[in-house]
Design a protein around this ligand. Sequence first.
Ligand SMILES: [Ca+2]
Ligand SMILES: [Ca+2]
Length: 417
Amino acid sequence: MRPFFQNQGVKRRNSGAIARFFNSDIDKMGSSKWVTIKCAGYKCMYRLIFILFTVLIIFSCSDPSPRDKSTSTKAQTQAETTSYEGHDLFIQKYLEEIKSIPVAEDSSSATDMMVMIPGNVFEMGGDNEQALPDEYPKHKVKIDSFYMDIAEVTNKEYKDFTQATGYKTIAERDIDPQELLAQLPPGTTLPPDFDTSPISLVFSALEKSIPAHPGNWWRPTRNANWQQPEGDGSSIEGKDNYPAVHIAWIDAMAYCKWKGKRLPTEAEWEYAARGSKEKEVYHWGNEPISDKRANYWQGEFPYENTVTDKFNKLAPVKSFPPNGFSLYDISGNVWEWCSDWYQYDLYKTRSNDLVENPTGPRKSFDPLEPSVPKKVMRGGSFLCNDSYCSGYRVAARMKSSPDTGLEHTGCRCARSL
Ligand SMILES: [Ca+2]
Ligand SMILES: [Ca+2]
């Protein structure tokens, strides 16, 4: 089972996200069902959003028939023919907004807190039986030298950015009904009492009597964002050196732009994560993960976190040993965005020839959720566990829509020489 949720999945909080709930709902049940729901009254629009959240995550958790070559060919064709017109519109809008963000004066050439990753050829892709179909085949990639942040972007760093620019993350913004409608089938209407206030997803461990399902452990939470990671009443006071979370790809792009940096490509990220270990499962080698290696989930997910690594959720950055390139938390703590679009069978489209500095596919396609374009995320989070995503493996791939950030999603930046 593709452990999207197992990887703590993706949640959708903004208008684009909610549009996808609607679309997923329509995909599964047909538009007539949607109309039925719509006509059922909107006394509890919030509840409807939650239901749609659940439907979406179910899709995300389905196993895409591993190693099915016909699926691969089909996906490739669909990647070229799938239209994301509605999504493209709002993504373009956000990219235009990012263009207007100035580069901080003191960041234009700074490489403080970065490390130079020496260019080389490496083998990209899965290394053990935990690897999923989208990690195959392993193939040779050439990467030019570049710089990488040694740590995940922290609350202090994100605070500096927002104070300097006034930027508001997607999770902090009201839902724009027009943006939402632009991504829904023509003729769709919203209820008059549609709640547009900001919302994001927060993880909550479950009682043993509750089914282990992402719709149960992810709680839609009003006003959850990087400054209030668990919603109203929570804060980041005293947590300057913790990673910023509820960061959408768009928010990550905006931050890196201000720093005079950029997001790493997926190939750069994997090469950097391996830390010179080309065929090993983890950056430390092939020994299983342990509570001394990274911030992840110990115990039975999602019921009991035994916290032998001392961190129930987030850990301050650099709490665990770095990899061979001196990069901290490249495994675990928070997922990290890459610049590439996600395409399920991308590696299968690469020949045996050397691939040089790949920047990802032209278009996204995820057969688990074909209506949603997605960007790549890497490295796993504090929720990862071998029974689910094992996202802390250096080859493990994850994906999410560009406007999605949740409690375990952050970033680190790269920079060209
Ligand atoms: Ca932990
Ligand atoms: Ca990480």
